[in-house]
Design a protein around this ligand. Structure first.
Ligand code: UD1
Ligand code: MG
Length: 493
């Protein structure tokens, strides 16, 4: 019997890998109608963190055990599965929930005999793929490998009992760290001596499928909680002479579970702090790493500066020298080198994306929506909204304006308060503003319409017909002045 996690007998990646994710628990302490595993951490459901990691391991399949909130959880899995390609995902219901061992028993019909099974929990989101690879290597296709960690306060966790068969009970707590693993004892079943053990089971194991199936069939529920404990497979392995190895890690964040809103928020902050640290290590300057949130992927070039309270969602790319002012929300966007996003700007490219060109200036208080494509040195000022519109190099819309479904040429100046009327109540139409046009203030460009190159539109015009290049076009009531006009006076009653 070996207690070491080194030198696995078989190259692990050659064995097919099947993942079981336990997600049937109720999550009572969340006090929420939403199933616990669907609560979000860094913008993704807890369960999705786990399935994303599993998919990244090149697993053959993944079985999710559902129970509480099963329909919602299963619907989420269906949506995720379409994004994973070859990785097959299935849900199996566990009703009623009779313990973790009973949960994994439900997966047995879906598991082939030839693989290694990795058991994960849907509420332990930050387990790292590298850790799982090491755990799978420790299993090596022949052994039971447990992911363990030492906690100063191990209360509530299953304790790793080590020693030599025959002297359990005497010297458990003091047992040498290298002694073989004999059992996992749950908190509620533990003796006082066992409760002193600091090494705990993380809830994650890697085990050959064939052995797991045999042990699951032999579980009983004769324990303090009357549950079928998955952790009892350890005793069965020891009885069968199958080596049990512990892969002991130090990083508590990876095995931290979410049980309450407080724990969820704590995990979110710690996770965000790690993301912030990683960005700073790449050279990104953050005004305050505690006031950054990344809910997706943020890729940064050199010399990027991000001020406080910025939120990045989806896939965001910031080129060299980009500066982002305080209180910006940027989602699904590519910001090219040297662009400056001033404070309080909201950018969301959703599916179509947003592109901001080199050296462009956006905000403060600007809003870029899906399909906004800004060329080099474009200026978008305060309270300007741009949607599904292309602005060529050097175009400017600096104040209180709307550009929707528009194609705007180079160097166009789009006046304060002007809008494209792109929607006729049924269909959207395009507005084309050719190069070097000046649109005055408070104009309405009723699409479909084209403003010819170099033209000028007088302030306050409602333009419904195409205008010729180079012309001044004015479409508004002529100014009249009535001399000596006396204003009405209020009648006395
Ligand atoms: C479990 C382990 C314990 C370990 C701890 C780590 C057992 C018996 N104990 O305890 O050794 O230290 O995790 O966090 O396994 N679940 C089901 N169906 C069930 C019961 C649970 O799907 O019938 C799911 C839960 O939703 C959860 C996971 O299994 O995702 C763990 O269950 P939980 O009740 O939290 O187990 P613990 O008592 O924490
Ligand atoms: Mg738990």
């Amino acid at each position: 019997m070996s207690a070491s996690s080194t030198s696995p007998a078989t190259a692990p990646q050659q064995l097919p890998l099947d993942v079981v994710i336990m997600a049937a628990g109720k999550g009572t302490r969340m006090k929420s109608r939403l199933p616990k595993v669907l609560h979000r951490l860094a913008g993704r459901a807890l369960l999705q963190h786990v399935t994303d990691t599993a998919a990244g391991l090149n697993a053959r399949s993944c079985v999710v055990i559902t129970g509480h909130g099963a329909t919602e959880v299963e619907a989420k899995i269906d949506r995720l599965a379409t994004g994973y390609g070859r990785f097959s995902m299935k849900c199996v219901r566990q009703e009623p929930q009779l313990g973790t061992g009973h949960a994994v028993q439900q997966a047995v019909p879906e598991l082939a005999d030839d693989g290694v099974v990795v058991v994960l929990s849907g509420d332990v989101p930050l387990i790292a793929a590298d850790t799982l690879r090491a755990l799978i290597a420790a299993c090596g296709g022949t052994q039971l490998a447990l992911l363990t960690i030492d906690f100063a306060d191990p209360a509530g966790y299953g304790r790793i009992v080590r020693g030599h068969a025959g002297w359990v009970g005497d010297d458990i707590a003091g047992g040498a760290d290298a002694a073989p693993v004999l059992a996992i004892v749950e908190q509620k079943d533990a003796t006082e001596a066992e409760r002193q053990i600091r090494e705990v089971y993380s809830g994650i194991m890697a085990v050959p499928a064939r052995l797991l199936k045999g042990w699951l069939a032999r579980l009983d529920n004769r324990n303090a909680q009357g549950e079928y404990y998955l952790t009892d497979v350890v005793k069965l392995a020891v009885a069968d002479g199958v080596p049990v190895v512990a892969h002991r890690i130090q990083d508590a964040l990876q095995v931290a579970g979410v049980n309450s809103p407080v724990q969820l928020a704590e995990l979110e902050r710690e996770h965000q702090m790690r993301l912030a640290r990683a960005l700073m290590e790449q050279g990104v300057r953050l005004a305050d790493p505690a006031r950054l949130d990344v809910r997706g992927t943020l890729q940064c070039g050199q010399d990027v500066d991000i001020d406080v309270n910025c939120l990045f969602e989806g896939a965001v790319l910031l080129g060299d020298g980009v500066r982002v002012g305080a209180n910006c929300v940027i989602a699904n966007a590519t910001i090219a080198a040297g662009a400056v996003i001033h404070p309080f700007t909201h950018i969301d490219g959703e599916k179509a994306g947003v592109r901001v060109g080199e050296g462009a200036l956006v905000g403060p208080f600007a809003r870029l929506r899906p399909g906004a494509v800004l060329g080099r040195e474009v200026h978008i000022g305060n309270f300007v909204e741009v949607k599904n519109s292309t602005l060529a190099d050097g175009a400017k819309a600096n104040h209180l304006a709307y550009l929707g479904d528009a194609t705007v040429g180079e160097r166009v100046n789009y006046g304060a308060g002007s809008i494209t009327a792109n929607y006729d109540g049924a269909n959207k139409h395009r507005t084309v503003i050719e190069a070097d046009v000046h649109i005055g203030s408070n104009c309405v460009l009723v699409a479909p319409v084209t403003i010819g190159a170099g033209g000028t539109v007088g302030g306050g015009s409602t333009i419904t017909k195409n205008t010729p290049p180079g012309a001044l076009s004015v479409a508004r009531g002529k100014q009249v002045s009535i001399a000596n006009w006396s204003r009405p006076v209020k009648q006395k009653r």
